[in-house]
Structures are given as structure tokens and as C-alpha cells.
Design a protein around this ligand. Structure first.
Ligand code: PLP
Length: 428
């Protein structure tokens, strides 16, 4: 299976100029054994590639495009705001409105600092947690991806997992030794580690719902345990809601689960498709940041007016009655159709779905953590991926990524997709 001739030609050129031909590894399609298509334009739920082929998109730029591609509210906002300047390096009113919105929507966040990517958000939150506690160790979970800063590229998911290199070359062993990795959903391992070294641990960082190695859900009580154990030992709990924040509701997973983490990280949806990240939480912790505190953190383009305005326009749409509730409706529609289809085909599978996020696993193992995710039938996934792509359905080019619905998707899109999946599975 392959993509069109113009995409092939561009990729051949790109490979001579850009390492692997891409600016982020998962885009290279290596995990499905092929080459990527190049996009020419995208609108709503659809992408058109440079060869003129159309696809219904289930990635949405890996999460940010929750209203669909190029929504008029955002493109209009960008036109208007850009006329008055693109970047100032001086405070602008949009930053204050963005901070107000995040603080209003997310109860655990009393103060927030904007940055330019999810990676910056988690990297800075870790530094802040270390500065606040005066401790060096951090705890993360096997398969959780928190961007590509040195401390966090240990047993990470997403692109790192896809390429079978959970640990990156170039991360000094001296850094990595301060990152302790635990299996997710394992109470005993967590308790044992804290009993042994809890007084030296600065923070636990966790993907609020791990979604970069499939979509894995916490066992009942697990998030409460993370909360209570950090409190007991004077460590901080950092929720990485870069993917789930403002996608699964106004207060993300912490809103759904009733958890109050000390610090939270955001990105993706709050940027409306522009490069944005944010981290926030308890004011007494956040006030340790420069310029009023000793923990340094900065950014030339942080709080960029276009990014803030685009993000705000997106959040305002989500806050309407046809926002999160509609996403849940679409998610439920897709889930029930997909469940019925898989049952009818008799293919062993698991399906995890929350709101507009979904992940289908070709295994009958219960999905407790990344070890279960790794056990699935990868050949079957590849066949489904290419079969769907051929018929104009773009699913994530990796079995370890979560699928995303947007407000631009319709029931008709979802039904068309289910019928393509049905056709593809029937021919296998
Ligand atoms: C995408 C993602 C990141 C990294 O964000 P970037 O903007 O790609 O740097 C961090 N954490 C989670 C949970 C993510 O999904």
C-alpha cells in the first residue's frame, strides 16, 4: 500500500533535507511500514493531500483541533488579531484572559504560566516541583509520554515507544537516574517505592489518563492513591493534562475524577492549533517562578497574542451547550457502532473510549498498562490502517496512539468510517 506520487516525491526530497523526512517521528509512518502523505489543505473533519485525495481525519493534529480543521471562529480571530501585531515580547491582554479562563475552569489551578509546547510545560513543572521541595527524584510511569525533555525521556510512550527506543541516546545517565519509573496501575510497586525513598521524591508526574501508549484508564482509586501518597510524603502530584485538558471537559480528567493535583500541565487544545503549552497550580508553588521566585523559566514567544486569541476562541466554542456534550454524543455513537462491528466480526479486541478519545486494541487482554498494549496483533493493525487509508479514512499511523473526534465530525462521517472498517476487516 502506498500514498500518491506527489507525496512520494516530496518525501524523497524531505528525507535529504530533514532527518527521516519529518519534524516529529510519528509522522514518518514507520510503525505501519510505509511513507506518509503530505497535506495540502484541511477543513472540518476532512484532509486533502497533495495528490488531491480526501480523508476523514481521526487525528486532528494529534489533539489540538477539537473544533475540526480551520474552524471559521479561529481563522477569523487570527486575521483580526494579526492585523494589530504578531508578537510583542511585552504583556498583552489576551494572556490575562487566557489565565483567567484556565483558573476559572480548573479548580486546582490558582496561577498559571503560559509556554510554547507541552514539552516545555512538563519540563518546567518538574523543575518547579524540584525547586519547591528541594528534592531531586521524580516518579513517572512506564509508557507515559510527557514530551521530550531529558528527565522525562525515560520509558516514554508515543514516538519513543513506537520506535522501540524508550530511552533516548543523548540523555546523560546522571539525569536519568533521578527519574524513577513505575508500572502504571500497580499500587504495591508505588507503595514500596515511597516506603523506601518517599522522603527524597519531589513529584509524581502522570498522564491524567495515559493516552500515548494506547488509551489506558486508571483502576478505581488509583488516582486517589497518587494524591494521598504524595501528600503523605511531602511530594507533589503533577497531572499532565496536555492531551486531556480542555478535551474531556472544562476541568479535564481532574474534573471528571474529582482530583486536585498540585500542578497541572496543558497544551494542545488550549492553543487552537498554534504552538502553546501552560502549567499551573497552587499559588504558593507557582510563586516560586521567576521573576518573583528562584525557579527560572522564560520564553520569547510565551503568551503570544495569536496563540492566546486562537486558544480562547476555541475554548469559548467548547463552553457552549453544543461543546463537550456533543463530543460525548459523537464518541458514544462511534463506540457503540465499533463495538457491534467488532463483535460481529468475532475479532479479539478491547476498546477504550472517553468522550472524544478512543483506542481500539487487537487483543483480548485487559488493558491495565503498557505491557498489555504491547501484546496486541500489530500486523492486523497495519492492515486495518492501510485498508482504511486507501478508502479515505485516516487513523493514527501507530497502534500506540489515541484517536480523536472533533465537533466537525458528523454521525454520517462516523457511519461511513464504520462501514469502511467493516469492508476492510471483511477482506482480511
Ligand atoms: C503531546 C503531549 C506532550 C508534549 O506536548 P508537545 O506540545 O508535543 O511538546 C506532553 N504530554 C502529553 C500527555 C502529551 O500528549
Amino acid at each position: 500500500m502506498s500514498v500518491g506520487p506527489l507525496s512520494q516525491k516530496l518525501f524523497a526530497t524531505a528525507k535529504n533535507l530533514i532527518p527521516g523526512g519529518v519534524n516529529s517521528p510519528v509522522r514518518a509512518f514507520r510503525n505501519v511500514g510505509g511513507e506518509p502523505f503530505f497535506v495540502r489543505r484541511a477543513k472540518g473533519s476532512r484532509i486533502e493531500d497533495v495528490d488531491g485525495k480526501h480523508y476523514i481525519d481521526y487525528i486532528g493534529s494529534w489533539g489540538p483541533n477539537i473544533l475540526g480543521h480551520a474552524p471559521t471562529v479561529i481563522t477569523n480571530t487570527l486575521h483580526e488579531v494579526a492585523k494589530d501585531g504578531i508578537s510583542f515580547g511585552i504583556p498583552n491582554p489576551f494572556e490575562v484572559e487566557m489565565a483567567r479562563t484556565i483558573v476559572d475552569w480548573v479548580p486546582s489551578v490558582e496561577k498559571v504560566r503560559m509556554c510554547n509546547s507541552g514539552t516545555e510545560a512538563t519540563m518546567s513543572a518538574i523543575r518547579l516541583a524540584r525547586g519547591f521541595t528541594g528534592r531531586d527524584l521524580i516518579v513517572k510511569f512506564n509508557g507515559c509520554y510527557h514530551g521530550h525533555s531529558d528527565s522525562l525521556l525515560v520509558a516514554a510512550g508515543s514516538g519513543a515507544l513506537t520506535h522501540g527506543e524508550p530511552d533516548s541516546a543523548g540523555v546523560p545517565a546522571d539525569f536519568a537516574k533521578n527519574t524513577l519509573v513505575l508500572p502504571y496501575n500497580d499500587d504495591e510497586a508505588l507503595e514500596a517505592l515511597f516506603t523506601e525513598r518517599g522522603d527524597r521524591i519531589a513529584a509524581i508526574i502522570v498522564e491524567s489518563y495515559p493516552a500515548n501508549a494506547g488509551l489506558v484508564l486508571p483502576k478505581p482509586g488509583y488516582l486517589d492513591l497518587l494524591c494521598s501518597i504524595t501528600r503523605t510524603y511531602g511530594a507533589l502530584l503533577i497531572f499532565d493534562e496536555v492531551m486531556t485538558g480542555f478535551r474531556l471537559g472544562k476541568a479535564g480528567v481532574q474534573g471528571i475524577e474529582g482530583i486536585k493535583p498540585d500542578l497541572s500541565c496543558f497544551g494542545k487544545v488550549i492553543g487552537g492549533g498554534l504552538p502553546v503549552g501552560a502549567f499551573g497550580g497552587r499559588a504558593d508553588i507557582m510563586d516560586l517562578l521567576a521573576p518573583i521566585g528562584p525557579v527560572y523559566q522564560a520564553g520569547t514567544l510565551s503568551g503570544n497574542p495569536l496563540a492566546m486569541a486562537a486558544g480562547l476562541a476555541q475554548l469559548r466554542e467548547l463552553d457552549k451547550p453544543a461543546g463537550f456534550a456533543r463530543l460525548e454524543q459523537l464518541g458514544a455513537h462511534f463506540e457503540s457502532g465499533l463495538r457491534a462491528l467488532m463483535q460481529e466480526k468475532g475479532i479479539p479486541h478491547r476498546l477504550n473510549r472517553v468522550g472524544s478519545m478512543f483506542c481500539l486494541f487487537f487483543t483480548d487482554r485487559e488493558i491495565v498498562n503498557v505491557d498489555d498494549v504491547m501484546q496486541q496483533d500489530l500486523e492486523l493493525f497495519k492492515k486495518l490502517f492501510w485498508g482504511c487509508l486507501d478508502k479515505g479514512i485516516y487513523l493514527a499511523p501507530s497502534p500506540y496512539e489515541t484517536g480523536f473526534l472533533s465537533l466537525a465530525h458528523t454521525e454520517a462521517d462516523l457511519d461511513d468510517t464504520l462501514s469502511v472498517i467493516n469492508d476492510v476487516l471483511s477482506t482480511l
